[in-house]
Write a protein that binds this ligand. Sequence first.
Ligand code: ADP
Length: 345
Amino acid sequence: MKKKRNGRSSLRLRFILICMSQLVLVAALAELAGWAFRHWFGVTPELPIFVWAMVFSGTIGVAVTNHMTKMLIDPIAKLRSAMREVADGDFKVEAKCESRIQDVQDIYDSFNSMVRELSTTETLQTDFISDVSHEFKTPINAIEGYASLLEGEPSPEEQRAYVEKILFNTRRLSALTGNILLLSKLSNQSILPQKTQFRLDEQIRQAIVALEQMWSEKELGFEVELEETPFFGYESLLLHVWTNLIGNAVKFSPKGGEIRIKMMRTEGAVVFTIEDDGPGIPAGDEERIFHKFYQSDNSREMNGNGLGLALAQQIVELSGGTISVENLPAAGCRFTVKLPIVVKV
Ligand code: ADP
């Protein structure tokens, strides 16, 4: 209460001071104008002080209004028309601020970065839709092609081969839709599974066993060193991570190659690494391999859709961890996953 009264009396004091200084200013200006008239025209204007006050207040008012319009109203009008353009779907707009007021500059900076964000999101969405359409088109075309070949009169071997190709492409489509669905669920973070307590080392062993058919066909060797790790987290999601990383290592390893898998516990975290002696990651693509639909040129013909690592990264980040890749000096690459060990409460 006291504060309010203090505030009010200081406001009143300020107002009185402003009025008094204006009066002094007007009187000084009137004196100055009288002197100028006498000096240049040799006459002394006999005007009452209130006329001078009106003349100078008017001049000062016009100057101040002009200045304020330039500083505040113009930038707001400019921003409004830029906003209209964005609302009409043009995300290339960049509003240039000519005001020297810091707050106005900050509003322009925020507006420009918002438009940049919107533009990136729109590009990502457009790219995503065109990538999805492309990835769907290839297996659908293949299925259509083999189905029409079956309509002819193929030999029993040809029939078997065509049916196998159709099944292969159907599985590809099913994996693709599954991955897209999971990606969208994770992006919305709407339907996350419950966290449960499980053994990470056992889950990784299960993933290796589940891929046995793939690695035994290629006669690959495994060197596995997994520290016992009780873990509280997204069990079913993390299985995707190990299956993808081990599956990729198997896919890209040369026949008879070796895969080295390690998991160690450190202070409050667990570090998983997987190394292979395949072709490694093309130089400069270490970040891009985690983008949706990324596939290096030499892996396009292989089984896959470029969504596995994007999913793995989302799951790891959702678990509070990180995933990275580096090429090894001799051959192949090493993926590293670091996950914080969360204690169940
Ligand atoms: P895909 O289903 O194509 O394997 P991923 O998202 O799992 O999709 O991987 C994306 C791309 O990253 C692969 O197509 C390949 O070019 C590259 N990549 C992933 N793992 C490896 C690896 N172990 N060795 C070499 N390249 C890899």
